[in-house]
Each structure stands twice: as C-alpha cells, then as structure tokens.
Design a protein around this ligand. Structure first.
Ligand code: NAP
Length: 303
C-alpha cells in the first residue's frame, strides 16, 4: 500500500512529485509517454518566470525531472487504464498490474483537439500535424497552413516560419486569444500571412496534403490555399477517459476540483491541464501540483 500514486509526469505531475518527495510520502509516479507532458510540443517557453530570455521546453522539463529524481523518486513508464475505489483506498490499474494507494493525484494532461474537417484524419502524418516542433523540419521551403488563434498557433507559426517558405495563419476571428507579444512578433515576420475571419472547410490532396479550402465567415466567399503542411492548434481535450466514471467532470471531460485541488471523491486530487479552470499554463499547473500534494498530505495525516 503506497501513500500516493501520481498519474502523469508533465509540469503538474512533476511538481506534485517534487513536493511528495519533500514530504517523504511513499509515492509512485506513472507516465505513459516521456516525462514532460505536452509543453514539449512547444519548442520554447517564454512566460515561465525566472528565464527572461525564455528557455527550451526540453531543458526546463529535464530540470524538473532531475529535481524529482534527485529525491530518489522514479518515474515509471506505465499507462493507467483505470482507478477503482477499494474501501478507503484506491486501486490503480495498469495493463499488467494493480497498485494500491491511500491517495491518487491525476495529472494526466490533455492532447490536441481535432478540427473535425474532411481530410484531417486521412492526412495525419501525410501533411496534417499537431506539433510544429516534431514535424516542422519536414516542411523546409514548403508552404504551410497553421490553424488557430491561441498561444500554440502563434508560437508554432513563428517556429515553423524558420523552416517554411510561407506560413498562412488561418483564424476564425480578427482578435487573438494568444498573448499580444506573440501576435506582434508574428505580424512582424514577413513569412507569416494572416488569413483572418476564415475557417478551413476541407483539407485536400491525392496522397499528401496539397491544399486547404477556406471560407470567409462574413462574406461566405470560398478560396483555396495551396500548401503541403497543415498544423492544427484549436485547443485541447483532457486525457481523462480512464476516470470518467469515477470522478465528476464537465461536458468536455475536464475534472472538476475545488480550490484545494480535491476531486469529487475523497482521497483523489487533480491538477494541470486535465482540470477545468480558466488558464492552462505551465506556471499554474505547477502551483496546482503543489496544492494537490499539500491536500493529499493533510488527508493522509487525518487517515
Ligand atoms: P486555445 O488557447 O484554447 O486556443 C484555441 C484557438 O483555436 C482559439 O483561437 C480558437 O478560436 C480556435 N478554435 C477553436 N476551435 C476552433 C474551430 N473549430 N475552428 C477554428 N478555430 C478554432 O488553445 P491552444 O492555443 O491550442 O493552446 C492550448 C492550451 O495550452 C491553451 O490553454 C494555452 O494557453 C496553453 N499553452 C500554454 C503555454 C505556456 O504555459 N507557456 C504555451 C502554449 C499554450 P477563438 O479564439 O475564436 O475561440
């Protein structure tokens, strides 16, 4: 029986692990992919305090990991299939085993949301991508469409402009959710062309992406943009299927917590991008990870 199982090793889960290590809780940490979470899909982070020049996300997350491992904790390469209540305790099921713990912290993060247009599924890996850092170098001197108006879309458009011949930034409104400082940088980049108040209706091609069909939302006028890559950044969807029947979530699957990061069952806490909240940033994911462990620790003392 362990004190705590942390599911997910992104910024929230790794910060939770750091605090759990310092509280000397008997802790297991499970991560289904590599430690670091989806922030690794961005090349660099410019709004994490303490790094005025920005820092590579790989470097930052590697430091998080080193700090956790320095406390003697190990991040185990396991995918969690379910969490079951077992009296006052919990069973965490992986493919091969069942682990028992008094408390569980869900820090399972989120993944890119699909746009849901014709051609998207067909061309994944053949021009359609959700990660500029991973796939950008494949589009050297090519034309690329980037879809979305949030931080990810603008950050990745800037990154992709370093490789591509041109980047069409297609966004459905005239205003951006992204930080103004990023939008200013994109406007100043001669390779980035803004296609605003426009939605993509179809991604087309024979064997690979060749074009996107775009419609202006006000005039309803259609046009085609020739491109070889389409990078989609239209928000996130939480990785919470494995706890949907156990915990209260909102209609999109984000876990509902209180301010102490307590989920709807005693002894389960949640933090990071899998939680319903107003801001999805590394900086508050870390704070939530710390709060979740503090709450778990207090709960364990009561037990
Ligand atoms: P986001 O901030 O939720 O923005 C999604 C964008 O996609 C919005 O501009 C939205 O348009 C547009 N969109 C949504 N559905 C669409 C549709 N069906 N058709 C066309 N456009 C659509 O998401 P994101 O930029 O992908 O970023 C994901 C999360 O990661 C965000 O919460 C972001 O803040 C966070 N993030 C954090 C960091 C960091 O910690 N430094 C860095 C990058 C990203 P509208 O604006 O019109 O709704």
């Amino acid at each position: 029986m362990h004190d705590l199982i942390i599911i997910g090793a992104g910024p929230a889960g790794l910060t939770a692990a750091l605090y759990a290590g310092r509280f000397k809780l008997d802790t297991l940490i499970f991560e289904k992919m590599s430690a670091g979470g989806q922030i690794l899909l961005s090349p660099a982070i410019e709004n994490y305090p303490g790094f005025p020049e920005g820092i590579s996300t790989f470097e930052l997350m590697d430091k998080f990991k080193q700090q956790v491992e320095g406390l003697g904790l190990k991040i185990e390469d396991k995918e969690v299939a379910g969490v079951l209540a077992d009296g006052k305790f919990y069973q965490v099921k992986t493919q091969d085993d069942i682990f028992k713990a008094r408390t569980v912290i869900i820090a399972s993060g989120a993944q890119a949301r699909r746009l849901g247009v014709n051609g998207e599924d067909k061309f994944i890996g053949r021009g359609v991508s959700y990660c500029g850092t991973c796939d950008g170098p494949l589009f050297k001197d090519k034309d690329i469409a980037v879809i979305g108006g949030g931080d990810r879309a603008i950050e990745d458009a800037l990154f992709l402009a370093g490789y591509a011949k041109s980047v069409y930034l297609i966004h459905r409104r005239n205003e951006f959710r992204a930080a103004g400082i990023l939008v200013d940088k994109a406007r100043a980049n001669p390779k980035i062309k803004f296609v605003l108040e426009s939605v993509v209706e179809e991604i087309s091609g024979k064997n690979k992406v060749e074009a996107v069909r775009v419609k202006h939302v006000k005039t309803q006028q259609g046009s085609e943009i020739s491109c070889q890559g389409v990078f989609i950044f239209v928000g996130i969807t939480p990785n919470t299927d494995f706890v949907k029947n156990v915990l209260e979530t909102d209609e999109f699957g984000f876990i509902i917590t209180d301010q102490a990061m307590r989920a709807s069952r005693e002894g389960i806490f949640a933090c990071g991008d899998c939680v319903r909240k107003s801001l999805y940033q590394v900086v508050n994911a870390c704070g939530e990870g710390a709060v979740a462990v503090d709450s778990a620790h207090k709960y364990l003392l009561k037990l």
